[in-house]
Design a protein around this ligand. Structure first.
Ligand code: URA
Length: 242
């Protein structure tokens, strides 16, 4: 059971103080009866809370896709730097966090959620979730590098990298490629290119597991995931908790 004013803010309907105003204005009902006190409790899974007669769908977890721009750090808080969470302009974002880390100068897909179980599933080294990046590097990329990425590279860690997929898009003084890795080591893509003599000058994450960056999403913008995107990420679906 949670307070109705808290429920309204958690469902992104209004801030806590705006919720109180909505209640004062007699715009909120619980199972058809007018709510007069924000402190009144509700069971979000069972009770039907309405705003102006329209039911507010209960959602325990929130899933957002952010197009991370360069220049912001992947953290929930930072004393000096702007964080990815500063870009999430929602009323209620207390429990949200970014899933995994992109470097400050890396752009692209970042999932933001309050679903710890999904985050664990996507980040666990045992799960080998694919992450695909577009990259621009200095120096040529050769056909044999495809095999080197497949074989695993020595990037200075105890173990070689797991097999990665390299697709060369162009090769010259500046080269472009797509690379898919299934680990998440520190600066992994940059260090893999370093191992073949190239320096990454631009890096953008295009996908993570089944989730692909929406090409219509501008840099710095975010949107809610669609039902289909959520269902695909949650495969196999979690068991309903009582
Ligand atoms: N690999 C990197 O080197 N940097 C990132 O931000 C992500 C993957």
């Amino acid at each position: 059971m949670i307070r109705i004013d808290k429920f309204l803010s958690q469902m992104q309907v209004a801030t806590r103080s705006e919720s109180k105003k909505l209640i004062k204005m007699k715009r909120i009902t619980k199972n058809g009866a007018l709510v007069t006190d924000g402190g009144e409790k509700c069971d979000p899974k069972k009770d039907c809370i309405c705003l102006d007669g329209h039911p507010i769908a209960y959602q325990e977890y929130h899933y957002l896709m952010l197009h991370k721009p360069a220049g912001v750090v992947t953290a929930t808080e930072d004393k000096k730097e702007k964080t990815v969470m500063d870009l999430i302009t929602l009323q209620q974002k207390k429990d949200l966090f970014p899933v995994g880390r992109l470097d400050k100068d890396t752009e692209g897909l970042l999932l933001v959620t309050n679903d710890g179980e999904l985050a664990h599933r996507l980040l666990s080294p045992k799960k080998h979730v694919d992450k695909c990046y577009f990259t621009r590097v200095t120096g040529q990329i050769h056909e044999e590098d495809i095999h080197r990425f497949k074989e695993g590279l020595d990037i200075g860690d105890e173990k070689k990298t797991l097999p990665a997929d390299l697709e060369i898009l162009s090769s010259g003084e500046i080269s472009e490629a797509k690379v898919t890795i299934c680990e998440g080591r520190y600066h992994q893509v940059k260090r893999m290119f370093e191992a073949i003599g190239c320096k990454v000058i631009y890096l953008k994450r295009l996908s993570m597991g089944s989730l692909t960056l929406d090409p219509a999403l501008e840099k710095g913008a975010f949107r809610k995931l669609t039902e289909e995107e959520i269902a695909a990420l949650l495969q196999p679906p979690r068991k309903e908790k009582e």
